[in-house]
Design a binder for this molecule. Structure first.
Ligand code: SIN
Length: 304
């Protein structure tokens, strides 16, 4: 079998498969199904400085080949994560990536201080949540603000790698990628969800209480592959690719487009074993192609 190890910005993972933030909680429920140590890494549910209840329901709705969510960053806050969830995650032989969102650059800095001291393996800086009024997309759609948040996170994260999560809800994602690279990001992850809306034709109400939400699931895969390809060609830092991955072939597409590692997200809601299956199918593809290492897939696309 091919060597499945990958190195994402100095963080060595036993395989390239990570579970995406917001689709895995803090791992407790999935631990009932499989050993979390099977995963390359776990991106924990997005954290904020203080606990948040999130947005009012309904906040999840199905779409053809995906879902719309407007969860609004419900979470227990960074201190509760460090005290109660990180020790649980640390029992497993996998990398722990904390995902953070802030209202101000200073909040990102404070959270990075705390998480670096607590010893997470990587910090994913979310500048792309489409479901909150302050922070979120406001940072992810403007290169200057994206750079400001990145610089603050980098300054406070010490030796912990900083990966910035990019939004697809922009005209040119490479502009944001280049801005965060220049500001010190060690890696980028993409794509976060695509803004969408569904309307109940009988009530004439949007199906989500917040009217709009973020779309994810298999329908967004081609957008993710295109954006990973564009970003991988625009920056030198590594890319964690995500968006609609449900099969090993999907993960292979993102790696060929330039991703070093791949996150599985929405498909976990339909199949808790999805990430494990993607890992095994990816290994089988690399094996069939006679590769010594899965790393040989990264950037291997042959554009016409
Ligand atoms: C949410 O909690 O609203 C989703 C987070 C995100 O899309 O970044």
């Amino acid at each position: 079998m091919p060597d499945m190890k990958v190195n994402l910005a100095g963080m060595t993972m036993k395989n390239p498969i990570v579970v995406a933030s917001g689709t895995f909680g803090f791992g407790r429920e999935y631990n009932e199904f499989f050993d979390l140590g099977e995963l390359g890494g776990i991106c924990a549910k997005g954290l904020t400085l203080l606990p948040r209840e999130g947005n009012p329901a309904p906040r999840i709705a199905e779409t053809p080949m995906g879902i719309l969510n407007s969860v609004g960053l419900q979470n227990p806050g960074v201190d509760a994560f460090i005290k109660e969830e990180l020790p649980f995650l640390r029992q497993f032989d996998t990398k722990v990536i904390a995902n953070i969102s802030g209202n101000t650059p200073e909040e990102y800095g404070i959270m990075c201080d705390k998480l670096a001291a607590a010893g997470v393996d990587m910090i994913e800086v979310n500048i792309s949540c489409p479901n909150v009024k302050a922070g979120g997309l406001a940072y992810g759609t403007r290169p200057d603000l994206a750079a400001e948040v990145t610089a603050m996170a980098r300054k406070h994260a010490g030796s912990v790698p900083v990966m910035v999560k990019l939004s697809p809800n922009v005209t040119d994602i490479t502009e944001i990628a280049k801005a965060v690279e220049s500001a010190g990001a060690d890696a980028v992850s993409l794509i976060n969800t695509i803004r969408g809306m569904r309307i109940d034709v009988n009530t004439r109400r949007p199906v989500l209480k917040m009217n709009t939400g973020g779309m994810s699931g298999p329908a967004v895969l081609p957008v993710a592959v295109r954006m990973v390809w564009e970003v991988a060609n625009a920056v030198k830092i590594p890319v964690l690719g995500m968006g609609g991955v449900a099969k090993g072939e999907d993960a292979a597409q993102l790696m060929l487009a330039g991703a070093t590692a791949v996150a599985v997200g929405t498909s976990l809601f339909a199949d808790p074993y999805a990430a494990i299956k993607v890992r095994d199918e990816l290994a089988a593809i690399a094996d069939r192609q006679g590769l010594a290492s899965v790393r040989e897939l990264t950037g291997g696309v042959k554009p016409w």
